[in-house]
Design a protein around this ligand. Structure first.
Ligand code: NDP
Ligand code: HSE
Length: 436
């Protein structure tokens, strides 16, 4: 048997993920070589501060601050710096020199994906990104390869470990958002700037990647509707549980029919998930992606969505794939964007809603509220009312919880505007979508 030459692997970034990838490349050298069909030689790890403490022992002689020099002559470049620059320029430089590139960087993929995929295609190289969505969970390959013969209808994903961890702690331990975020940061789940997690930017980038793959259409980041979890209160989380739901930050990617036009919609927002739905059982920093496909039916991909070691597993899977491609020869596989479906705004989406109102506790109020929903073509599925004990003052109030049937976002928005303006409504306390 002809032995293939050693492949030179450069790792850019030696942080939570990069340090684990470097260590595993060294530790599992022989096993990886057997699987890849070629030796994988770690030629260096580029960092910003060579003297910083690392999570793993990387030999000092492999550490460098010169990422540009490191990628020259590498066969495989692993980008684990994160953010847009210098990651984008380094990826383009690596692809330009003919190297295959592996990245876990959803931010750069969601904002510059077409440019990077085009650069790879031009030189016949390949850009791999299994770790960019769902950490350790295999979801990119299933969408790109296993489901290539099917039609994906919808994806519901818990794709941000930090926010799932925070919401879970608020729900089960009574933590505040700030307390839970501090712990998620300590555990290495959060982004360098955790605003990316809690304001939904990280999940929106992942939604753009998933929707692009699933619907064979480039979905730009700015087409993803985004809401984070910072406006959520612990009371909302607790009252959701009492009503039989759990609050999750969801990425929802759908193929929808808007007035006879088939299009794609992608949105990220907190949502109520029924406790009976598989996504409700996703705790801690775990992620899960629930895929509904025409022929396959419902599939769920579940596992560790963040953390250095789990993410390194997905990165190393890509390293082995890239090495096998080198050994087998032939060009990389281009991204499929052939469907080029229109991207529809969130106003075209339909879902159910859970609305909490504080209203006057007077005769006729329920009828007035029901009329406002009906005027905007939003059908009410369930209503419950509680009246606080011991109210003082001339105008007692009641709390109404209303769950709607499926309705258009635009219809619900118009209903909420009317409710807020109605003299019988003291306040619109909460409006959350119900998914799954
Ligand atoms: P870290 O912030 O822990 O590490 C970033 C690394 O990049 C550090 O080693 C830093 O060097 C290095 N770096 C920064 N700027 C430069 C530069 N200009 N030149 C060379 N090196 C530089 O990030 P993570 O490891 O957490 O994340 C890496 C990527 O993986 C990101 O894209 C992230 O979104 C993604 N990801 C992370 C997950 C996680 O759980 N952490 C999960 C899934 C994906 P120094 O150490 O000297 O500061
Ligand atoms: N900050 C991200 C998260 C890391 O919490 O999910 C994984 O992409």
């Amino acid at each position: 048997m002809i032995e293939y030459r050693n492949l030179r692997v450069a790792v850019l970034g030696g942080g939570s993920v990069g340090s684990q990838v470097a260590s595993l490349l060294l530790e599992h050298r022989e096993e990886l070589a057997a699987r890849a069909g070629a030796g994988l030689e770690l030629v260096g790890v580029a960092v910003r501060n060579p003297d910083a403490a690392r999570d793993t022992d990387i030999p000092r002689e492999l550490i460098t601050t010169d990422a540009d020099a490191l990628i020259l002559g590498a066969d495989i470049v692993v980008e684990l710096i994160g953010g847009i620059e210098p990651a984008r320029t380094l990826i383009l430089g690596a692809l330009g020199s003919g190297a295959d590139v592996i990245t876990a960087n959803k931010a750069v993929l969601a904002s510059h994906g077409p440019e990077l995929f085009e650069a790879a295609e031009q030189v016949g190289a390949q850009l791999y990104y299994e770790a960019a969505v769902g950490g350790a969970i295999p979801i990119i390959r299933p969408l790109r390869d296993s489901l290539a013969g099917d039609r994906v209808k919808r994806i519901l994903g818990i794709v941000n470990g930090t926010t799932n961890y925070i919401l879970d702690r608020m729900d089960t331990q009574g933590d505040s958002l700030e307390e839970a975020l501090a712990e998620a940061t300590r555990l290495g789940y959060a982004e360098a700037d955790p605003t990316a997690d809690i304001e939904g930017y990280d999940a929106a980038a992942k939604a753009a990647i998933l929707a692009s793959l699933a619907f064979h259409t480039t979905v730009p980041l700015d087409a993803v509707h985004r809401e984070g979890i910072t406006a959520l209160t612990r009371d909302e989380v607790l009252s959701a549980r009492e009503a039989g739901y759990v609050v999750k930050l969801l990425a929802v990617c759908e193929r929808i029919d808007a007035d006879g036009v088939e299009g794609v919609s992608a949105r990220v927002h907190p949502a109520l998930v029924p406790l009976s739905h598989p996504l409700a059982a996703v705790h801690g920093a775990n992620n899960a992606v629930f895929v509904e496909a025409e022929a396959a039916g419902s599939l769920m991909f579940y596992g560790a969505g963040a953390g250095g070691v789990p993410t390194a597993s997905a990165v190393l899977g890509d390293v082995v794939s890239a090495a096998r491609r080198h050994v087998a020869g032939g060009p990389g596989v281009a991204e499929s964007t052939h469907a080029n479906l229109p991207i529809l705004p969130i106003s075209s989406a339909t879902t159910r809603y859970h609305v909490i109102l504080e209203v006057a506790d007077e005769p006729g109020v329920l009828a007035t509220i029901a009329q406002l929903f009906s005027e905007h073509d939003v059908s009410v599925e369930a209503v419950s009312q509680t009246v606080p004990d011991g109210q003082e003052g001339s105008r007692p109030t009641a709390t109404l919880v209303i769950v709607t049937h499926e309705a258009a976002e635009s219809a619900l928005a118009a209903t909420v505007t009317s409710l807020a303006a109605s003299p019988v409504v003291s306040s619109v306390v909460s409006v959350l979508r119900v998914e799954g």
